[in-house]
Design a protein around this ligand. Structure first.
Ligand code: AHR
Length: 490
């Protein structure tokens, strides 16, 4: 076991960790909405207003803070009026981006916002900029959020909802540099400002930001749009195991070399945040505009035998380590990163939940969200850990990644992961002036390619862990290879 030293200063508070950093994304794509969230009121699968009860319960358990909908690329093809009113009258459309399948619009505005209320999360709605109009977006916002008399609110009442819903965030388009209209930054920023003037009713308006580390897009957006016009700038970045979009790598069959390469690639998130924050800082040093990482996660080839347009992939212990690294990075950058939404919540990409008919499983990534949930709304405090460099084909990266926060009751939470497949670590953690009496911990560990299946749903699941020992201001953490550990000190 290799000894490492860590220092934590509980009095050195860096930033508040917004709960929305633990956010999710659900698109009309494959089986995310249909089958994954919504099964219809007549389904034999237990549901409330057509929404799966098992999924609601699982999401409540991780305290899901915010959900982004209806896309993704789908958002810029979505016309909200198609998804309201009696289901039998709803228009059927072709989902042009995702498999060309028929979308019957049985899950629309009411179903989404009711779902958010059932889960107890904030709603983040993306309006259609690419193929929609300003008026359409303005009326949608009024339909959802206004309490006054108007044709839109009358229509909402006629459709069964008296009170307005709370929509905390509105996204103005999605990937408008790509599937959302192939615009350039100058054109989009003018369009953004026009939409911004009329899409009222949400607390925060979020603009489309860069593709990965596109600094030019961010520079133009920050120059052209001010903090009184946007409260957030979104950013999308996926981790592709091979870094080749044609052959991304398998979600189940991969070797140790690909495991290491995937994790090396995921650390690019840190580079991106540093570069993007640097630009934002020059225009907004008071950090009034949040960086909103509203799509992130691992993107592999689809699971063998499944529809290529449905982006269904399995989820392994590798993905749990990847999630822990990214969440630690977001915590570390929480002075600027105000929201992050893993893509996607159910049955698509790095899903936390997989379903098959009436069966539902929690993936290893789900368990990481569960173990990290105590960081939400807590203060990030200073921590520094010695590290070991791991070597992947495409470069080096750190073995250990950690975050430490202190919550409103004064409890400390430490999350730490070890990406090495060979080396166990014993971390001696010094915490000057910390006065805790008890330490308890959980661990998630398994073979790097272990997965949960419908026949074996708990192959990768957290367990209580006795590998931590508290002695006054010193905490000793045994950190096995390929593991994530969450510790509470009180
Ligand atoms: O999450 C899948 C797709 O990835 C989204 O629709 C799009 O925004 C991104 O390119």
């Amino acid at each position: 076991m290799t000894a490492l030293k860590m220092t934590v200063d509980k009095n050195n508070r860096i930033s508040k960790i917004n709960k929305e950093i633990y956010g999710h994304f659900a698109e009309h794509l494959g089986r995310c909405i249909y089958g994954g969230i919504y099964v219809g009121e007549d389904s034999p699968i237990p549901n409330t207003k057509g929404i799966r009860n098992d999924v609601v319960e699982a999401l409540k358990a991780i305290k899901l803070p915010v959900l982004r909908w209806p896309g993704g690329c789908f958002a810029d093809t979505y016309h909200w009026r198609d998804g309201i009113g009696p289901k039998e009258n709803r228009k059927k459309i072709v989902n042009i981006h995702w498999g060309g399948v028929t979308e019957d619009n049985s899950f629309g505005t009411h179903e989404f916002l009711d779902f958010c209320e059932m889960v107890g999360c904030e709603a983040y709605v993306a309006v259609n900029v690419g193929s929609g109009t300003v008026q359409e977006a303005a009326e949608w916002m009024e339909y959802m959020t206004s309490a006054n008399e108007s044709p839109m609110t009358e229509l909402r009442r006629k459709n069964g909802r008296e009170k307005p819903w709370k929509v905390k965030y509105v996204g103005i388009g999605n990937e408008n540099w790509g599937c959302g209209g192939e615009m350039n930054a100058d054109y989009y920023s003018s369009l953004y400002k026009q939409f911004h003037c009329f899409t009222r009713g949400a607390e925060q308006q979020i603009a489309c930001g860069p593709n990965g580390n596109d600094v030019n897009w961010t520079e133009k957006m920050m120059k052209n749009v001010g903090p009184w016009q946007m409260q957030g700038l979104s950013l999308h970045n996926y981790t592709v195991p091979t870094n080749h979009w044609q052959h991304k790598g398998d979600s189940v069959k991969f070797d140790e070399a690909e495991y290491y390469n995937t994790l090396q690639h995921t650390w690019f998130m840190e580079r991106i945040l540093k570069d993007q924050e640097g630009i934002m800082q020059r225009y907004d040093n008071e950090k009034r505009i949040g960086l909103i990482v509203d799509e992130w996660g691992i993107w592999t080839d689809v699971l063998e035998g499944t529809n290529p347009g449905f982006l269904y992939q399995q989820n392994s212990m590798r993905d749990a380590i990847l999630a822990s690294i990214n969440l630690n990075i977001f915590n570390e950058h929480s002075a600027r990163v105000k929201m992050a939404n893993i893509a996607q919540m159910v049955n698509v990409l790095q899903a936390v939940i997989l379903t098959e008919g009436e069966k539902m499983i929690k993936t290893p990534t789900y368990h990481v969200f569960d173990m990290y949930k105590e960081h939400m709304e807590a203060d990030l405090v200073y921590s520094n850990c010695d590290n070991r460099e791991l070597e992947a084909k495409d470069g080096k990266f750190p073995a250990v990644s950690q975050s430490v926060s202190v919550d409103a009751e004064g409890k400390m939470h430490i999350t730490v992961s070890n990406a090495s497949l060979e080396e166990d670590f014993e971390i001696e953690c010094l915490m000057p002036r910390a006065e805790y009496k008890n330490a308890s911990a959980k661990i998630l560990t398994a073979k790097y390619d272990a997965i949960n299946t419908f026949d074996n749903p708990d192959a990768v699941a957290p367990k209580a862990y006795d590998g931590v020992a508290l002695d006054g201001e010193k905490l000793t953490i045994k950190l096995p290879a390929c593991s994530v550990v969450a510790i509470e000190l009180c």
